[in-house]
Ligand binder design. Structure first.
Ligand code: 1CP
Length: 369
């Protein structure tokens, strides 16, 4: 595949998002936002209140579908992302999980040693995670067929941090101790997670998601050798196990987002992914020069730009787009998720800027070709 010059297969997708994932020509750059459904939206907070808790919302297919659609209806984004959480996998494997108000996720019985892995089971996605499949069925019924749906999972490494630390962490002392002192424990856990995630993502694809993203939020806490062995290698095995075509022949692109890993792009290029997600520390043009045209890029506006004025938001969007210039294979996104205290009114400003500036960049440069 070449991001700038792709021969069109008969099953070529129509949507801007899927076309950009495959490096095909688009008239303007598609845009979606990580955590686009969430607490910054008053309509989300209302549905979450109705559900009673965050986990109850994830487990109710009808309400999960409703919040998935909210940012699409309000803003007309170019792709929807399934509303769920990466931590439903450890819960389905048998770990008790609570989301504490204002404090994030909590596993009261974290994993501490190899023998603890016996507590974990391999979930059947249609049973223990049947509510996720139900949400995908419901979303596909309600979402216009022209809007693609993205499925997702956490990376084994990122999931393992929560399962071993017992929740969010700043220092990652427990999992790093396991990494250096007890690799068989950590690798045994990662192995089980690889199998669970392959089954889970393939079930999402069977139910109708058209692309999948692997969130490796904590890949960036690892040094280069440890990143390769404990984060990238399990993700590579997952990608090798995924169904890469839908029944109609269209390719299912895989987006790999390892936050804080701009230094590791050459390693990421060996994973088998189609799209590399970037945080705001690596300019898009630099990433393209290092990865070549074979990979589409996703990102990478600093989410904090959305605290700034409309004028500044527009200028920063233009800067991100100009960093790549008139090239195919870019999906506009933030470099990490929407923050709960962002003003939803900033989102249409961002979207309009992406569309206006990306059309301008394409039009402008094509006169020189
Ligand atoms: O109270 C609430 O309403 C809960 C807030 C919330 C939301 C809206 C959590 C708790 N998760 C989510 C949804 C969510 N999480 C999505 C939905 C789809 C979307 O709109 O993008 C996705 C893709 C996630 C993924 C997720 N969960 C990640 C990876 C991406 C990232 O942001 O880094 C991680 C690390 C989690 C764990 C998690 N879930 C929730 C919290 C507070 C956390 C902890 C984050 C941390 O440790 O800093």
């Amino acid at each position: 595949m070449n991001a700038n010059n792709v021969t069109a297969p008969s099953s070529e997708p129509q949507s801007l998002f899927l076309r950009a994932c495959l490096g095909l020509d688009v008239a303007q750059t598609p845009v979606w936002l990580m955590r686009q459904a969430g607490r910054y939206l008053p309509e989300y907070r209302e549905v979450r209140r109705q559900a009673g808790s965050f986990l109850a919302l994830c487990k109710n297919p009808e309400l999960a579908a409703r919040v998935t659609l909210q940012p699409i209806e309000r803003f007309g984004l170019d792709a929807a992302i399934l509303f769920s959480d990466i931590l439903v996998i450890p819960e389905a494997m048998g770990m008790e999980l609570h989301f504490l108000e204002g404090e994030g996720p909590h596993f009261p019985h974290p994993l501490t040693r190899l023998a603890d892995l016996d507590r974990l089971n391999l979930p059947d996605p249609e049973v223990q995670l049947g509510y996720v499949m139900g949400a995908i069925d419901e979303i596909r019924r309600q979402l216009p067929s022209s809007t693609p749906l993205i499925g997702f999972s956490g990376s084994p490494w990122t999931l393992a941090t929560y399962m071993i630390e017992g929740g969010s962490s700043k220092k990652f002392a427990q999992i790093k101790t396991a990494l250096y002192d007890d690799p068989p424990f950590l690798e045994g856990l990662l192995e089980r997670l690889v199998t669970a995630v392959v089954h889970y993502l393939n079930a999402q694809i069977d139910h109708g998601v058209q692309a999948v993203q692997i969130f490796d939020t904590w890949g960036g806490i690892l040094g280069p050798d440890e990143y390769r062995r404990f984060s990238l290698e399990p993700m590579t095995r997952i990608i090798a196990g995924l169904k890469r075509r839908r029944p109609d022949g269209t390719r299912v692109p895989v987006i790999l987002f390892s936050k804080g890993c701009g230094g590791y792009l050459e390693t990421i290029a060996t994973s088998g992914c189609d799209v590399v997600g970037l945080d705001w520390t690596t300019p898009l043009g630099q990433a393209r020069a290092r990865l070549g045209p074979k990979f589409a890029l996703q990102g990478n506006l600093d989410p904090a730009v959305l605290y700034a004025s409309p004028k500044r938001i527009h200028a920063e969007v233009r800067r991100v787009l100009e960093s790549l210039g008139n090239q195919n294979g870019h999906i506009f996104n933030l470099g990490h998720g929407m923050e709960p205290n962002l003003d939803p009114e900033k989102v249409p400003i961002l979207i309009a800027a992406v569309r206006e500036e990306s059309k301008r960049i394409r039009g402008q440069s094509s006169t020189h070709v």
